[in-house]
Design a protein around this ligand. Structure first.
Ligand code: UDP
Length: 160
């Protein structure tokens, strides 16, 4: 019989996941959240905001020298996004699998970009690509008091 206490060992990894302005405008919020919930991950932070240009630039700072940087930053700050933190075992790597490749046309059907996107610049969703990026991005978008610590009783049935 599973108890919540048994479900605490490896499931504390966190990833920063963001539905970009195209995903919000195309009414994909619920469908995307549903996939993470149904996988068994736990939502511990969520907010809707129109990111200031400075925040968008900081988020994508690793691409500052790339030719598409200004367009990318303008796009991200052009409308509302849904910023989230999801928690669970291997959530960083697995959510990248759920999201698919950067180019939606190279993403397998069944992935979020494979199912919902066509174009590089409108690829619906962002997900952290490493532990280092996840920690940096979570700290950039959320204050620690905006992250909820709670148990999901369902977790005892998700994790052995
Ligand atoms: N991007 C783009 N043109 C490119 C490469 C990337 O517009 O040639 C955008 C795309 O929306 C992507 C984002 O820049 O999601 C960040 O690029 P990255 O390589 O980090 O891809 P991701 O981690 O989002 O798959």
């Amino acid at each position: 019989f599973a108890t919540p206490a048994m479900a605490t060992a490896n499931n504390k990894e966190r990833s920063f996941i963001m539905i970009k302005p195209d995903g919000v405008q195309r009414s994909l919020i619920a469908d995307i959240i549903k996939r993470f919930e149904q996988k068994g991950y736990k939502l511990i932070g969520i907010k809707v905001l129109v990111p200031a240009k400075q925040l968008a630039e900081a988020h994508y700072e690793e691409h500052a020298q790339r030719p598409f940087f200004q367009k990318l930053v303008s796009f991200l700050s052009s409308g509302a996004v849904v910023a989230m933190v999801w928690e669970g075992q291997e959530v960083i790597k697995f959510s990248r699998n759920m999201i698919g490749a950067t180019n939606p046309l190279a993403s397998a059907p069944g992935t979020i970009r494979g199912d919902f996107g066509v174009d590089f610049g409108h690829n619906v969703i962002h997900g952290s690509d490493s532990l280092t990026s996840a920690e940096r991005e979570i700290a950039l978008w959320f204050k620690s008091e905006e992250l909820a610590q709670y148990d999901l009783t369902m977790q005892a049935w998700t994790y052995e």
